[in-house]
Design a protein around this ligand. Sequence first.
Ligand code: BES
Ligand code: MN
Ligand code: MN
Length: 459
Amino acid sequence: MQTTLQYIQDNKARFVDELFELLRIPSISADPAYKNEVLRCADWVANSLQKAGADHVEVCQTKGYPIVYGDKFISPELPTVLVYGHYDVQPADPLELWTKPPFEPYIEKTALHPEGAIFARGSADDKGQFFMHLKAFEAMMATQTLPCNVKFILEGEEEVGSESLGDFVHENQEKLACDCILISDTHIYSNEQPTVTTGLRGLSYVEVEVEGPNRDLHSGLYGGAVPNPIHVLSRMIAQLIDEDGRITIDGFYDNVQVVSDEERAEMNKLKDNPEEYKKSIGLSGVEGEKGYTTLERTSIRPTLDCNGMWGGYTGEGAKTVIPSKAFAKISMRLVPYQTPEEITEKFTQYFKKIAPDNVKVKVTPHHGGMPYVLPSDTKEFLAAKKAMESAFGKEVLPYRGGGSIPITAMFEQVLGAKSVLMGFGLDSDAIHSPNEHYGLFNFYKGIESIPLFFENYTK
Ligand code: BES
Ligand code: MN
Ligand code: MN
């Protein structure tokens, strides 16, 4: 009988061909124009799961995009691992900044991926990553080495807030019953220093509107005598963060988890490489909350960012106008024990408080999510660490991530199971950006690590 690793080696090239097929489907959940493509993608995933050897494969309808389910049951004595991933992707714009079209995958070498990387929207987030699970499962089935029960759920609304999945989990607790959840939708520190993610930040997302005059005004006739909502909004946003990089919202830090000095020392073993970091994003200097390293600022500390701002005239040429309204979208990344409800409320209060009397302010909350932590002494973490140590041949360290996967906290609450965040991307893979890519090395290391996780966890 062939070993799992041998099977993976022998079928490597085909795995990439199949992933290319998946990447050619523009499953953009945010844009209704792509509805049929998202639906086609769900069918493609279900078909692929079936071919890999899963039973009970189903494209479960929801009020949004479908959830693909499948499982393989071996024995009630054995643990059950639930694999989660998302087949939807972010919109690809701005299109003109892509070297080649976003849904025509190709391979090219980069400085950090000398063995080549797959370029396409969704290559790292999350198609290339969840597809590793389908291929690892196929390998275990083909070599009769699957050591425990496995269930798969692949959703199509992660990038827009996982609303249907929330309902689905509540309504299907028995169907989804499991001992742990395995997710590859995060990144490692570097290919030389592999890590297992021990936490994700939560999210509070709001849209704000400032209204000044009741209509757009001629800036010559009225300028200098009335509040300009763009100026007002700019001042208000600028005021949300002080000179020390601290967020000024009343009570914002009240519930923030204080991370012990030991834990900070442990996490800072992953060395910030400031020069490399700055170079990779084209900056001459970084900034952030005083007293914390870049690694800490992007993981254990909450943050606030304006994601977009608009109002007035933004077309070709010049138009002299004072707009009636100005808008912005603002995200806040949360850490334990902040909650999106608490922070959205505190933001709203504060934003209204700092607004001058002569404008009207509206705050509209969008989807949010809870932070999540997987302690590094849990059996789930240790099984992942050991699996990746064998696959990479290197020591694996814990790593707190800065992004958000809100469903992890919900899984824990509803299914009572921990999520293991065994992702394989790099933070430089340009997820959500033009020229998103995923290293072939990372893709293969992932496929090799997954069966080892199953083995360690079962033991
Ligand atoms: N896979 C990412 C989250 C991620 C990436 C976490 C890298 C850690 C490291 C996920 O698809 C994502 O983009 N999440 C959104 C939140 C969601 C509610 C839209 C995010 O983090 O902005
Ligand atoms: Mn993702
Ligand atoms: Mn994403």
